[in-house]
Design a binder for this molecule. Structure first.
Ligand code: ATP
Length: 450
């Protein structure tokens, strides 16, 4: 379904996914705090990316480089000089705009006259050490990629990887964005998941196409509807100075098609620049061919926060249920902040010990919530709204037959499972195992398949 941003923002606040930073002091714009459920969602996104891009591949290694780097890194990369957006200010209301967001040369807020554009560097500056002087300037990194390039030789020397191979990194980035908004779409502090994939120059185009496919299918495997994704090629005039080719993977956000991830063929721009500025040899020796050359780089660069927003928007659904409207997040089980909820039918004291035992065994395997407040119907709704794929109900019959009910979020179908088979059944369902893989007593599956 199509959802407007207000509904997502309100659900995120109401259920503890995302709060405004420094809210009790009036808020800090374009900075966000991830609450108890948001932090789980974000960790799950990063975990899914790391698993798919690093751990399950032979041609990728990870890195965690520091946020603060030598100022020379940003001179070499071109960020000190060129990482800027054109800024215009309204002479009447003094609101500032990115010139490329202006349509008819008037202020979109009040229609006032705008100043000429001037270039505004997006890097946050601070000082290294106790003296606040120009020579002590350092930047908060606006991307994680440069940490990878400056470690290229270290990784080649130590990880014994041959080309083609990639280095992957997840970490915070900071950009002093001129215009913000659209919730967590554009933040001043955000997290990135970046790959620099090093290849022989004559294979770069092939690998570029490979990564375009690979990255789109990562989103689709995690539940994003194919129809809501598209590729948009950067025209020659939009292409960054370092890129030979660049595509955006766009998602149909509530405000329209917008960039979710960028994939660029950066050629040998970065390694060549760092080699020149540092005086270090960053070429690669190919033992098979006996050639020495500077590798080309394919860069899939994704934002964790934008991905979180896309997953939330895509999962959001409303459907009539009896007289009410059921709100649910159809999140992929790998992303759902809570995998299983254990719900005793009531707080009756004869039920509680068994429900607690079930909870104790399930939570060892999955992120689990125990909830005994209010009616069972309301508790199901609460879990639907935060995207919990399965709820386990302990009722009076459980005391007799040592079995519990599993309710599936999406279909609301219920099945009865012996407690002894509960975690195994949940494990199989959560991992999306095909139905042929039946647990002992496989008949219990049938309920879900209807
Ligand atoms: P935009 O055109 O939206 O400013 P960009 O082209 O500058 O983005 P890249 O430098 O390609 O973005 O960054 C790679 C990815 O990092 C983006 O696709 C996005 O997912 C994420 N990203 C970039 N800037 C921000 C931001 N200010 N807030 C949240 N995520 C961001």
């Amino acid at each position: 379904m199509k959802v407007d941003m207000d509904k997502i923002v309100s659900l995120c606040k109401r259920r503890g996914f995302i709060f405004q930073s420094s809210e009790i002091y009036g808020g800090l714009s374009a900075c966000w705090d991830y609450g108890p459920l948001g932090v789980e969602l974000k960790r799950n996104i990063k975990e899914a990316w790391w698993r798919g891009m690093v751990r399950e591949r032979d041609d990728m290694v990870g890195l965690d480089s520091s946020v603060l780097m030598h100022r020379a890194v940003w001179a070499a990369s071109g960020h000190e000089e060129g990482f800027s957006d054109p800024l215009m200010e309204c002479k009447a209301c003094h609101q500032r705009w990115r010139a490329d967001d202006i349509k008819d040369s008037r202020c979109p807020n009040c229609g006032g006259e705008l100043t000429e554009p001037r270039m505004f560097n997006l890097m946050f500056k601070t000082f290294f050490g106790p003296v606040e002087e120009e020579a002590a300037t350092v930047y908060l990194r606006p991307e994680t990629a440069q940490g990878i390039f400056v470690n290229f030789a270290n990784v080649v020397d130590t990880a014994r990887k041959k080309l083609p191979f990639g280095i992957a990194q997840i970490g915070k980035a900071f950009r002093n964005e001129i215009t913000t908004g659209n919730f967590i779409f554009r933040c001043r502090e955000f997290e990135m998941m970046e790959i620099e994939f090093f290849v022989k120059p004559d294979t770069a185009e092939e690998w570029f196409s490979y990564w375009l496919e690979e990255r789109q299918s990562w989103y689709i495997k995690l539940g994003i509807n194919k129809e809501n994704l598209r590729l948009q090629q950067h025209g020659k005039d939009e292409l960054a100075h370092y890129a030979r080719a660049c595509y955006d993977i766009q998602y149909l956000f509530p405000m329209g098609w917008s960039e979710l991830e960028g994939i660029a063929n950066r050629g040998d721009f970065d390694l060549a620049k760092h080699a020149k500025h540092s005086g270090k040899d960053l070429s690669y020796f190919d033992a098979d061919s006996g050639d020495r050359f500077v590798p080309y780089v394919i860069e899939p660069s994704a934002g964790v926060d934008r991905a979180a927003l896309a997953f939330l928007v895509d999962a959001y659904d409303e459907e009539p249920d009896k007289k009410e409207m059921r709100v649910l997040l159809r999140l992929h089980p790998d992303l759902a902040p809570v995998k299983v909820a254990v719900l005793p039918l009531s707080r009756n004291e004869t039920l509680v010990p068994m429900a607690r035992d079930v909870y104790a065994s399930v939570r060892k395997c999955f992120t689990t919530q125990y909830d005994d407040a209010q009616s069972i119907g309301r508790r199901y709704r609460r879990q639907d709204e935060i995207g919990t794929p399965y709820s386990v109900t302990v009722d009076f019959q459980s005391l007799e037959d040592n079995a519990v009910t599993i309710r599936e979020r999406d279909s609301m179908k219920q099945i009865r499972v012996p407690v002894a088979e509960l975690t195994r059944t949940l494990e199989l369902k959560l991992s999306g195992e095909p139905l042929e893989v039946l647990p002992p007593g496989g008949k219990y599956w049938l309920g879900f398949e209807g």
